[in-house]
Design a protein around this ligand. Structure first.
Ligand SMILES: Cc1cc2nc3c(=O)[nH]c(=O)nc-3n(C[C@H](O)[C@H](O)[C@H](O)COP(=O)(O)O)c2cc1C
Length: 398
């Protein structure tokens, strides 16, 4: 069976859902052209601004969070918007649309006032851009100038600014990139919907401080002896972005482009199931290169075939009915831990977790094999979470 990976987002047909997010990966036409050749369906060019906006970057601007033996499970950046202003980006759009008419070219913009936003939109539209993304969400650097997440954290500013953009965009769809750093994201999503914008991109990076050098007391990334809060991205933020996408999908009927931690085809499936129609990737590409598109598209195709589905459209939102208010979860369901002693490697981690973080239901016998006392086990599943062996511990109904 052949599967169709194409999907419509904001009225535009994408050959597959995979899009490069606004970032260093999309900061010039040559890089985007290489990504298109590798198989990416679309790219959002790095956020640009009017010529008079001063953009001065600092270096180093990146610091990774390593955990156990894994490098960069999360990434902090103190990058700003692009140093390349609209005059260069409009040329990139023209060049890319000419060379790749079937690929989707989006462009991200940020302005200080109405005239900036509207002039950016008009110039990009004249250059032939397919869609415009507005960053109301950069958590560092830009808020100091009243830009970025300063807008996205306020529903009125969000609605007003998005209206300006929509007013100027005569035929180009507009997506508003929102920040997770708000107490009530559905409230912001409603503001976006009221503005008339066509779509929502969720989320931008999460404001963070990734670590401190314990010898000289300066946090990372260290710029000549000082540091600053930055934006956190990569696999570590996936649970936050997945929650945000699901919350928005349940709150408003708008197409969602997901970004935040998408690294593997499994992540891609999860975001589609939670209501996304488009998937943007940045950190995984910065770490592994444009070539990951092959794993993403192959994995998604094989998954759809295994499920007997012929199109990626069929996946969108399937998990949403299964996300309910906490009070609606069953109080009658009482699972219990079941350990497969055939595959147990006697590492003790389930025993330790249950003794010191659970209900002391697991004991070890003289061969160091773990056994569950069903009377004491409440079914919390911490043992299954820490067990290093695939499906050795499962939570089953009593
Ligand atoms: C170094 C760097 C620069 C970025 N620059 C921008 C930007 O200019 N505009 C924007 O909207 N998002 C920017 N982002 C955020 C990404 O587009 C993306 O939303 C975020 O990194 C989450 O996706 P990821 O976990 O796949 O990286 C940047 C991210 C990184 C790591």
């Amino acid at each position: 069976m052949s599967v169709d990976l194409s999907i419509k987002f904001a009225g535009i047909k994408f050959e597959n859902p995979f899009t490069l997010a606004a970032s260093p990966c999309t900061d010039n036409a040559q890089m985007v052209a290489r990504a298109f050749d590798a198989g990416w369906a679309a790219a959002v060019l790095k956020t640009t601004s009017v010529e008079e906006e001063v953009v001065e970057l600092v270096y180093p601007m990146m610091a990774g969070l390593d955990f156990d033996d894994k490098k960069v499970i999360g990434l902090q950046n103190i990058d700003l918007i692009s140093e390349r202003h609209i005059d260069q980006v409009e040329k990139d759009v023209r060049e890319l649309k000419k060379a790749y008419p079937k690929k989707v070219v989006g462009a991200s913009i940020m302005g200080q006032k109405k005239e900036h936003w509207q002039s950016l939109v008009r110039r990009l539209e004249a250059a032939g851009v397919d869609f415009i993304e507005c960053s109301f969400s950069c958590p560092h650097g830009m808020p100091e100038r009243g830009m970025g997440s300063t807008i996205g954290q306020n529903a009125e500013l969000t609605e007003r600014t998005a209206r300006w953009v929509k007013e100027a965009a005569r035929r180009t769809p507009v997506s508003i990139k929102v920040t997770p750093l708000v107490p009530d994201l559905p409230h912001i999503a409603h503001a976006v919907q009221k503005s008339g914008a066509d779509a929502i991109t969720a989320i931008n990076t999460v404001k963070c401080l990734i670590g401190v050098d314990i010898d000289n007391f300066v946090p990372y990334p260290t710029v000549n002896g000082k540091s600053s809060y930055g934006g956190y991205s990569g696999a570590a933020i996936k649970p936050i972005s997945l929650r945000c996408v699901a919350e928005i999908a349940k709150a408003v009927d708008m197409p969602i482009s997901a970004t935040g931690g998408i690294t593997t085809w499994r992540d891609a499936v999860e975001f589609l199931l939670c209501g996304a129609r488009n998937l943007q990737v940045c950190t995984a590409v910065m770490k592994h290169g444009f070539r990951i598109i092959e794993d993403l598209t192959d994995g998604l195709s094989v998954y759809l075939e295994d499920k007997g589905m012929s199109s990626v459209e069929e996946l969108v939102g399937l998990a949403l009915p299964n996300i309910v208010e906490h009070s609606h979860l069953s109080r009658e369901y009482k699972p219990v831990s079941k350990i497969n002693l055939e595959t147990c490697v006697k590492c003790d981690v389930c025993y330790i977790a249950c003794q010191d973080g659970g209900h002391q239901a697991i004991t070890l016998d003289e061969k160091r094999l773990p056994h569950v006392d069903e009377e004491k086990c409440v079914g919390c599943s911490m043992c299954a979470s820490v067990c290093p062996v695939w499906e050795c511990i499962q939570m089953v109904p009593r």
